[in-house]
Structure formats: C-alpha cells, structure tokens
Ligand binder design. Structure first.
Ligand code: ADP
Length: 366
C-alpha cells in the first residue's frame, strides 16, 4: 500500500509539526469520491487530513477540532468503537442568522486510533425547499397585477380607435406596465440565482471598496437625473470572501433605493469601515424615511411601504429581500435606521476575509 501525507509537500498541511500518522492514499481517494466534506483525526486528536470545504465551517484551528459538539462525537466514537451520527447547526458567520445545517457521521478506522468525519451539508436543500414554496405563492400574485393592467389597457386601446390622444395615453401606460413586468422578471431571476448558490463555498476573496465603486457607478444615470450627489471616499481597503457580483448587486440595490426614495438635490453618503473583523458598508440618504411600523417588514419579499410610490419608481418590493439574502449567505447581516421625513441609513455587514476564522469558532464569538 502506498502511504502518503496529502497536501503537505515537504511539510505539514496545517503549518503545525505534531501530526505523526500517515494516511493511505487509497483511503483519501475513497473519501474524495463521497459527496461530503471530510476530515481524518489521529489518535492524539489532531486533524491530519481535510477536504477544502471544511474551512468554510470554521471548526478547525491549528490542526485541532474547536467545535465542542464534534469533539464529543469523536470521543464517543473512540470510547464505543462504533460509528456515531448527528445533525448540527453552525452559523455561517459571526453575525446574522444564516446557518449551515449539517449531517455528521464519525467512523473509527482500524486499530491506530484513526477516525474519519464525514459532513453532509443539508442547508442548501432545506433552504431551497422552504424558499421555493412561499416564493411561488406570492410571485403569481405579483405577476398578475401588471399582466392584468396590460390586458385592460389593450382593450382600452381597441375601444379608442378614433381617439388618437387616448391611444397615446394608454400606450404610455402600457409601456410603464411592461417595464415593471420586465423589472420584476429580472429580479425574480436574480433572486433564484442567489438561492441556488453558496457564496462561501464557491466564493473568492475580493476588495470590497472596488465593488462599492462599481455599485455606485451603476446608479449614476438615476442619481444625475435627480441631481443627487453620492459620496464615497474609503480609507480602509478591507477584503471579504464571497461572490463579488452578488455583493455588488446588494449594494447597488441599497444605493438605488437611496436615490429613488429621496427628493431631488439631496445627498447620499456611502461609508466603509472595518470594525473588529467585520466590514460595515452604510448607505445614508436624506429621503422620505420609513415609518417605524414598517421597519421590521421591509426586508420581506414584495413588501412595500407605499405600493403606489414604489410602482412609480419601477420598484418590485424584491430589492431588499435580495440584499438580505446576499448578506445572510455571506455570513453577514443587514440593518436599517430611519426617521420618517428625515432619511434612512442601511448598513450591510460582512465578515472580513482574513478575520473570519478568528471570530467564528464553533458557533461562539471569542
Ligand atoms: P422596491 O422595489 O419597492 O424599492 P425594496 O425591497 O427595495 O422594494 O424596498 C422595500 C420598501 O422599503 C420600498 O418599497 C420602500 O417603501 C422602502 N424603502 C427601501 N429603501 C428605502 C429608502 N432608502 N428610503 C425610504 N424607503 C425605503
């Protein structure tokens, strides 16, 4: 049998020096072929081998397991000599309500105290299931409104064959409804893409200041039309882990709302701060603000404070639910402060890339 220590050319894969056990290459091949993340633990409880995805759970540090529940399971396996199974919930980041739902199987291997841990990530399936169920219910209702309007307007056009002025008026309204319908379809596509993706698993580390600049740039036409000045002069250049396009989309939605719900010739300020391993992006406006009673609900899909006004600006009520999805999926959160008539500040936070492991240990902040 060929013995090999994988991912450790010339040294220890984790930078430590205590791992003594060697792992048969065939065993690793078998583990790699299972559709699960895996780890191998030696008799001294050191992690001597792990698949790449393990790092997204923040359960290993310096070659040691740092999640209590998992440690208990490993010890129970060692004591009983029998495989043990459990389901576990781990936070996706140090803040926000996002969780990984994991099914874990711990199996003893041979007489040398080697233990295999297999982790099956169920979160995606559960999340998609519940989201799809209620999404389908309210989406059909939302689509019916512009389609119904188009149908009534087209009848009105037919009935006004000898009144060119009325035809022009109806055609203008048809254009508005058609635009609304296409905006709605685009946001539904965006939302379903988000729901199919795990940005921590498939993500990359990127500079968030540059992403914010792109998001602001995408709003330039609308802000210039309303003579709204958007300021952003970052001092920090923090990096985060995730899907850059999704983060740009979320920040763009917040900046666009700030412009849409503000009067002409006001100011929007975007700030970026690093605080204790977190990256805070705040978007403040001097707009109409949000009544207290609505603050809790604005992140719900299709929720609008004033449906007529939102329709005027081409709003769909989906923008903030997209923002919330992006934040939660990145292990972060989004919050709002607002005073009616004075303005609003939305803050979206993400774990800073290199500080993620420091903050997020086995579900506890340390
Ligand atoms: P919409 O497409 O209607 O803008 P969103 O999900 O983006 O949908 O926002 C939900 C609702 O929250 C909006 O309809 C609006 O009433 C309110 N809102 C969002 N951002 C702001 C803001 N910056 N100022 C005032 N109200 C806002």
């Amino acid at each position: 049998m060929i013995w090999n220590r994988r991912r450790s050319p010339g040294g220890d894969p984790f930078g430590g020096s205590t791992s003594l056990a060697k792992v048969p290459v065939e065993l690793i091949d078998i583990l790699d072929s299972v559709d699960a993340e895996h780890m191998l633990i030696d008799a001294s409880e050191k992690v001597i081998e792990s698949s790449d995805g393990i790092s997204t759970f923040s359960i290993v540090r310096d070659q040691s397991l740092i999640n209590e529940q998992l440690l208990r399971l490993v010890r129970a396996t060692r004591r009983s000599g029998q495989p043990q199974e459990t389901t576990m919930e781990l936070p996706r980041g140090p803040i926000g309500g996002g969780i990984h739902t994991l099914f874990v199987r711990v199996t003893p291997l041979g007489d040398e105290g080697l233990i295999a841990i297999l982790i099956f990530d169920d979160s995606e399936m559960r999340r998609l299931d519940s989201i799809r169920r209620d999404f389908v219910a309210n989406i059909s209702h939302e689509l019916k409104t512009p389609i119904g309007a188009l149908s009534i307007l087209s009848e009105a056009v037919l009935g006004a064959a000898d009144d060119p002025e009325a035809i022009t008026r109806f055609a203008g309204r048809m254009q508005v409804e058609a635009k609304r319908l296409s905006g709605l379809v685009q946001e539904i596509i965006d939302l379903s893409r988000l729901q199919d993706d795990d940005p921590l698993k498939n993500g990359k580390i990127f500079n968030i200041a540059d992403a914010i600049k792109e998001a602001i740039e995408q709003t330039r036409m609308a802000s210039e039309a309303k003579k709204i000045d958007i300021s952003f002069t970052p001092i920090d250049q923090p990096q985060i882990l995730g899907d850059r396009d999704q983060v740009i989309m979320a920040i763009h939605n917040l900046v666009e709302n700030a412009v849409n719900y503000s009067p002409e010739s006001t100011r929007v300020a975007v700030t970026l701060k690093e605080i204790d391993g977190l990256v805070d992006v705040s978007i403040s406006d001097q707009g109409i603000g949000i009544p207290d009673k609505d603050l809790e609900r604005i992140f719900e899909r299709f929720y609008r404070v004033d449906a007529a006004r939102s329709r005027e600006t081409g709003g769909t009520g989906l923008g903030l639910s997209i923002v919330k999805h992006v934040a939660t999926n990145h292990g972060g959160d989004v919050s709002v402060w607002s005073v009616e008539g004075a303005g609003s500040t939305f803050t979206i936070r993400f774990p800073q890339a290199n500080a993620q492991e420091r903050l997020h240990v086995g579900g506890n902040e340390i």
